[in-house]
Design a protein around this ligand. Structure first.
Ligand SMILES: O=c1ccn([C@H]2C[C@H](O)[C@@H](COP(=O)(O)OP(=O)(O)OP(=O)(O)O)O2)c(=O)[nH]1
Length: 183
């Protein structure tokens, strides 16, 4: 079950949803609009490797706008720290942003219960597009879960800005398990 906008606001007041800072003007009928943070990064290398740490270059979006180009993935943080121990957040672009061909995530829209962070957006432009820090770029919805709740305690917890992929850690953990079982 998805929460309506007024219910999102009610849950924020109760502290069961955290959106910091919160602006009630950004409540929609069944979502809350979040803002694009200032910091962003992109990978140094064009070819990425899942087993290795892919080095990222960091920058700040200009108040006069920064053009994002196709064929790259840009990681940017939400301006807000958000999360809930009670509801499942799911993020998506605002329709007005999608209409410019700008993706705000690349197939990773699901946020874990208990993940409280500045979430990392995976910006992907279909054609060059100028974006601005602080613009209303996406919306978060909140869904009522069914079943016992286990809170997120993963590798992206406590992120304060955009975080490059840490998938190489999965391989490192697997290697450690394999060498332990061989001893
Ligand atoms: O677009 C997204 C999607 C998720 N997250 C954050 C919140 C989420 O709770 C966390 C982990 O997401 P997921 O479980 O999909 O990633 P993972 O690669 O499986 O990480 P982990 O091994 O920590 O579970 O990353 C983002 O910042 N942006």
């Amino acid at each position: 079950m998805i929460l309506t906008g007024p219910e999102i606001e009610h849950q924020v007041r109760l502290g069961r949803i955290r959106i910091e800072p919160f602006d009630r003007e950004r409540i929609s009928p069944n979502s809350y609009d979040f803002l694009l943070g200032e910091e962003f990064c992109w990978y140094e290398s064009v070819t990425l490797d899942c087993r290795k740490e892919n080095k990222a270059v960091y920058g700040k979006l200009s108040p006069d706008g920064t053009v994002l180009y196709p064929n790259r993935i840009y990681l940017a943080g939400t301006a807000e720290h958000m999360g809930s121990d009670h509801y499942v957040p799911i993020i998506r672009a605002r329709s007005s942003v999608a209409r410019l061909g700008l993706f705000v995530h690349v197939t990773a829209d699901l946020i874990d219960i208990g993940s409280f962070n500045a979430w990392t957006l995976q910006l992907h432009a279909v054609q060059p597009v100028r974006v601005y820090p602080g613009m209303r770029i996406g919306q978060v919805t909140f869904w009522k879960p069914e079943g016992r709740i286990v809170l997120y305690d993963g590798k992206y917890q406590h992120a304060t800005g955009p975080r490059p992929s840490l998938i190489h850690r999965d391989f490192e953990a697997q290697n450690r398990q394999e060498s332990a079982s061989q001893q």
